[in-house]
Design a protein around this ligand. Sequence first.
Ligand SMILES: N[C@@H](CCC[C@H](N)C(=O)O)C(=O)O
Length: 286
Amino acid sequence: MKVRFTKMQGAGNDFVVLDETRGRLQLTPEQYRRLADRHFGIGADQILSVRPSPAPGVDFEYVIHNADGGEVEQCGNGARCFARYVRDKGLTGSDTIRVQTLSGVIEPRIGADGRVTVDMGAPIFALPQVPFDAAGLSPHTDGGWEKWTLALGTNADSPKVQVAVLSMGNPHAVQEVADVDTAPVREMGPKIEHHPRFPNRVNAGFMQVLDRSRVKLRVWERGAGETLACGTGACAAVVAGIRLGRLDNRVDVQTHGGVLTIEWRPGANVLMTGPAVTVFEGEMEL
Ligand SMILES: N[C@@H](CCC[C@H](N)C(=O)O)C(=O)O
């Protein structure tokens, strides 16, 4: 089977985008993994499938698979690329698009400068909904919110980290670090991702606060490893930083792939603004 695709990136988080508006490709997890493979396939952190509206009041359905082949609830950088894709391909004439995802409806809006702002919905703090199993643990209060101590191993001397836990539709554990460039993202990331307290695994964020409106962030993504940027990770880090009292309501998040601007006021939805770029198009035999 030959599959036509568009390769896109948002702040270096890269995607294979598939048009399923005229019929499902019915790909298997193994086929998603082949598309994402950087040696035997196209290469991508996530595969994004564009499907027709599943319900009145929404324009499209947006389905996300991680590079490991698993379907996931949400992808922020992907949402911006999704919006540019459907507009640039003429699948919609509108600059504001309502999109159904596995975790609810989000609303990307394409700006005059080509950047995209996405209303990502409200963050979720209820631990069972993240989901995070806090049974038997007590949180440590820090600046008005709470952090949880996780042991990264079973020995008494295993390293411990303190994380803020929340969901942006998908699960995130955010820790503050003194220097993001030397933070042990690749060593600790997989251990946090697979920590037994997160039954659905988790995305692990490492945030360095530069000042009240600027942070640096690296994210070890569930099902993809460290990526150059993670949109929901940026939203989760800023929301955590605001709740912990470290950050103002509008923050520039510097990632290895570019800057994302995140705005949030407690009780409101999170807005994320950043780039979305088409890299190339092609066809792959699957
Ligand atoms: N790159 C994404 C997040 C993609 C999904 C994530 N790896 C998960 O498993 O939840 C983003 O930009 O938000």
